[in-house]
Write a protein that binds this ligand. Sequence first.
Ligand code: PCA
Length: 203
Amino acid sequence: MKTVKDTTLKTLLITGFDPFGGQNINPSWEAVSILPDIIGNCHIHKLQIPTEYERASNCILELASSLKPDVILSVGQAGGRKAVTPEVIGINLREASIPDNAGYQPLNEPVIENAREAYFSTVPIRDMVESIRARNLPAALSYSAGTFVCNDVLYTLLHTFHNTNTLVGFIHVPYLPEQVKNEEPSLMLNEIVDALTACIQTL
Ligand code: PCA
């Protein structure tokens, strides 16, 4: 009997944000937008989302309802970080030090009323860190996705897909060199693309 190779691809929905906070680019979308359509076992669907509370996750949920992805990975800018950082946890808190792109600046509000305090990410974050480092690129786990729009997306998706077959994760990436002055850390676009590719290869 012939063995039939399983060539079924997973459906990955990966998102990047539009620029915010006075920047004119966001490395997350710059990198996500140039990923190939297939990486490893995954068929990649890309979506740019607005840096706006609520609307960012709604955009993802709307596409996810028809796409039915196996995995949703969101990518965001974390200016000042020097490594690519898969996030460990999303928390049920909105607290913004700057307004989002719709001018909304919540203080001490829940992401979702009467929902639990936090959810752990469900993608293989430790494998992702190893996979990035195997390419000689800087990686570390992050234990806080903050309380701005990135955490909002992570928490909302983890809440929505809790106990389903859809895995959810978030990866923060450093600035691009053109965004920084002085000694602030950055990574080149091709390095961020390689790091994301390494993460996707663990899926
Ligand atoms: N980073 C922000 C929101 C959009 C982005 O790219 C954050 O870390 O919350």
